[in-house]
Design a protein around this ligand. Structure first.
Ligand code: ADP
Ligand code: ZN
Length: 791
């Protein structure tokens, strides 16, 4: 008798282990999606084993049928999910959630059905929302689509929207149905654009036609990535100026190797030789590539991948999501043509699935993508490159809380391949490992373009303030901007906060306006006339008077991108200023459009982290950090390390092809993160910071596990956290700190307490938590446990 293991794809801790079923005469293998009976109903499940012979015959329920013909994951994906579940203390189902592409498999979704007519009198629901639903949406639509709609988000935050939906359901204006949505993507098709016959007017539309003519067979997704909006494409399609063809299984046929390849610099040649040596030898290995900004790391990646392909292997390149610019994508496209799949957020779910499917069919040799691309179902992967490997976005901040570098290392361990960690500011973990001789260190100390790193000026804002300048720009920065404007060169201004100000402060009574649900001040968004919570999305109109004392003396405190944008325009009315942050990039393709506009005709680009990474514009000769202290004052043991990396990255945008400079404005010029960054001294900074971490026994000197206890009832949550901490201390496995309130103690009406466990041996701690704490947490209905391993 035969059995097969199936993991029910439902969110319930009761079913976090696979169940054994009778495969019947179905020919099943790992990753198949099936319908199985569970209790008195059917559910969807993933096959997680090959069919095997049972030792003893027993009563088994039978798999009903396959649900769709696409596989949800391959053997490697399953092995990596098992690793994630074990290392990060989550269930296998949660771990698979990161591996499986949502749209590829059937799932249960909440769908809303609209009554024919809008409700007449609905006092509690805004008329704008009713109009939106009855005018813009179809008769039935997924709830999520409404919650994400930009128009709806302007009307209210997510929670309020949900409340409005409930009201409409109660009024029978909307009906809610749970549907098993079929896997939406069945056949692999690419939407390809070609010129049509009808004429069209308009600058953007004409540019689109020219683009489509110049790139025969270009995909719609690529046109969006190149900066054309969906609206422009749709208009051109409707008017017949462009036609869209659904092509089976073809990728955009861009010519491979069309770009001129420069000769490597002596440093690059040395690094390439050492990588080649390891590749030829084979076997699992990790290498750290420390190369200053502009040293040509991408060139090293591409040349090394060529070698891997020549050996019959394949490769994955991970990049931080926001640095996957059209520029970066174009470099990989130029090198690998149709054999590369670039997976970025501007792709539709269908296009993403197409890319995934192309990997599984062996039609792709190189995958370039953000964090989750580490799970790509590609065979024979012999090298994984992690670019900007220190970047915080490699750690997923919701369940499963995995680190892509750790998963990549495991993948290369299983496959016997090479992991290359590239960075201008390596994480202290990887740098310490290199210094200790555990992994080889490869170094690029010079820029590839023969330009030196920009000179960095640190401006002390305290002196500036004493000299009577209360503006957000120092006189040095104003002067430097003015010179750039005169010379027609470009500038990048980095501010680590969106909105116009950090908070609204009453100059009379000193009160700041806080979020009613969280323990943080509300951020000011002047252009929308709103106060917003950056944690729970709460929003309210900006009040005229202080709610506490009634005086009209509210003033903005701290700066954000919006305010900096306004200030540049005020000082230089003729400047062409672009702003890039998560408020200006809500739609697919916004990111690319802003960068294209900056490249073509912009003078100043203002933005958050999005402008700090990966941009390679030759005429940028000024990069400035407007408020370097913003990131330093966060209560996180990595705050200084992150600030150092960001400042170094921002400065690195300047002077790539012409001599450039950088300016760092700060109230703490003596802080090591700022001092060393200004001197381009990564090694000096890393040594100092490593010594300090060793002193206080924080990573990388120890492994860290945070156990967060979260609940609505403050006393009960604190008490539960105390209890877990006591159990951990009694076990004497590691040093246990806390519980203490999180730096932000309350979010979305829940109180949060945190225990920090500092371990010499991680495994002993995770095993203990799994055995002793998890069962307690599962049994407690009043609190949740949020585990973060290697935060
Ligand atoms: P990094 O990723 O290290 O910041 P990039 O790979 O973006 O650096 O390279 C910076 C610039 O140097 C790019 O414009 C690239 O085209 C150029 N470059 C890289 N290698 C060479 C080389 N060997 N010869 C000439 N230019 C190069
Ligand atoms: Zn809030």
């Amino acid at each position: 008798m035969r059995g097969v293991d199936v993991l029910p794809a439902i969110r319930s801790s009761r079913y976090d282990l696979p169940l054994t079923y009778d495969p019947g005469d179905l020919d099943l293998s790992v990753g198949d999606v099936v319908r199985v009976p569970l209790g008195n109903r059917d559910t969807i499940g993933f096959v997680v084993s090959s069919p095997y012979d049972l030792k003893e015959p027993r009563e088994l329920r039978r798999v009903r049928e396959r649900a769709g013909d696409a596989k949800a994951f391959d053997e490697t994906g399953l092995r990596l999910a098992e690793f994630v579940a074990e290392r990060y203390l989550c269930t296998l189902g949660e771990a698979l959630g990161a591996v499986v592409l949502g749209s590829a498999v059937p799932r249960v979704a909440d769908v809303l059905q609209r009554a024919p007519d809008p409700p007449t009198a609905s006092r509690s629901v805004p008329a704008a929302l009713v109009a939106l639903i009855w005018e813009e949406f179809e008769e039935s639509f997924p709830l999520e689509r409404l919650l994400r709609h930009p128009e709806a988000r302007r009307i209210a935050d997510r929670r309020t929207l949900l409340a409005h939906v409930r009201t409409l359901v109660r009024q029978n204006a909307l009906h809610r149905v749970a549907r098993v949505a079929e896997g939406r993507v069945r056949e692999r098709r690419v939407r390809v654009l070609e010129p049509g016959d009808a004429p069209i007017r308009g600058r953007k539309a004409e540019a689109l036609i020219a683009f489509v003519r110049a790139n025969p067979g270009i995909g719609r997704a690529d046109a969006i990535l190149a900066g054309f909006s969906n609206a422009v494409i749709t208009r051109a399609l409707r008017g017949g100026a462009v036609r869209e063809l659904l092509v089976r299984g073809e990728r955009s046929p861009l010519p491979p190797g069309s770009a001129q390849r420069p000769a490597p610099t002596p440093e690059q040649r040395e690094v390439l030789a050492r990588i080649a040596e390891v590749l030829e030898r084979g076997g699992a290995e990790t290498m750290l590539l420390y190369g200053v900004t502009g040293s040509g790391k991408t060139f090293v990646y591409i040349e090394s991948i060529q070698r891997v392909l020549g050996m019959g292997g394949r490769a994955i390149v991970l990049v931080p999501e926001i640095s996957l610019t059209p520029q970066a994508a174009a470099r990989f496209r130029a090198a690998f043509g149709s054999r590369v799949a670039v997976i970025h957020s501007a792709l539709s779910e269908r296009a993403r699935f197409d890319a995934w499917d192309a990997c599984a069919r062996g039609e792709v040799d190189v995958v370039v993508g953000a964090r989750s691309a580490v799970f790509a179902p590609l065979r024979d992967v012999r090298m994984i490159v992690v670019d900007e490997s220190h970047d915080p976005s490699y750690k997923q901040d919701n369940v499963p809380r995995y680190h892509a570098v750790a998963v990549a290392r495991e993948r290369m361990r299983l496959a016997g391949g090479l992991l290359v960690l590239g960075s201008a500011t390596p994480s202290l973990e990887s740098y310490a490992a290199a210094r200790a001789g555990q992994i080889p260190l490869l170094t690029l100390r010079h820029r590839a373009t023969a330009q030196p790193l920009p000179e960095v000026r640190v401006v002390d804002l305290r002196e500036e303030f004493q000299a009577g300048n209360r503006a957000i720009f120092s006189s040095a920065l104003v002067q430097a901007l003015g010179e750039r404007m005169e010379r027609g060169e470009k500038s990048i201004l980095f501010v680590n906060r969106r909105g116009s100000a950090g908070s609204l402060l009453c100059r009379t009574c000193g009160a700041a306006i806080h979020c009613p649900r969280c323990s943080v001040a509300l951020s000011v968004h002047r252009s929308e006339r709103l106060l917003r919570c950056h944690y729970c999305d709460f929003q309210m109109p900006i009040p005229e008077r202080c709610p506490a004392c009634g005086e009209p003396s509210l003033a903005d405190l701290g700066v954000g991108t919006e305010r900096v944008d306004r200030e540049v325009r005020r000082l230089f009315p003729e400047a062409r200023v672009l702003r890039m942050d998560s408020d200006t990039t809500t739609r697919i393709g916004d990111h690319a459009r802003i960068l294209a506009a900056f490249e073509a005709q912009g003078d100043v680009l203002v933005g958050t982290q999005m402008v700090a990474k990966g941009l390679d514009f030759p005429t940028v000769t000024l990069a400035a950090v407007v408020a370097a202290d913003l990131g330093l004052n966060i209560a996180d043991f990595r705050a200084a390390e992150r600030s150092f990396a960001l400042i170094a990255q921002v400065c690195g945008r300047s002077g790539r092809a012409r001599r450039g400079e950088a300016i760092v404005q700060t109230y703490a010029p003596e802080h090591p993160a700022i001092r060393f960054a200004a001197a381009h001294d990564y090694e000096g900074y890393a040594s100092a910071e490593l010594a300090e971490r060793a002193e206080v026994a924080f990573p990388p000197a120890r492994r860290l596990v945070y156990l967060g206890v979260i609940g609505r009832d403050r006393a009960r949550t604190a008490h539960t956290a105390e209890r877990y901490a006591r159990i951990l201390r009694d076990a004497e496995l590691a040093e246990v700190l806390g519980p203490a309130p999180y730096p932000i103690a309350r979010v979305n009406e829940e109180w949060r307490y945190r225990i920090a466990v500092k371990a010499r041996r991680l495994k002993a701690v995770t095993e203990f938590v799994r055995a002793e704490i998890l069962p307690l947490a599962r049994a407690d209905g009043k609190t949740r446990l949020a585990i973060n391993v290697d935060p």
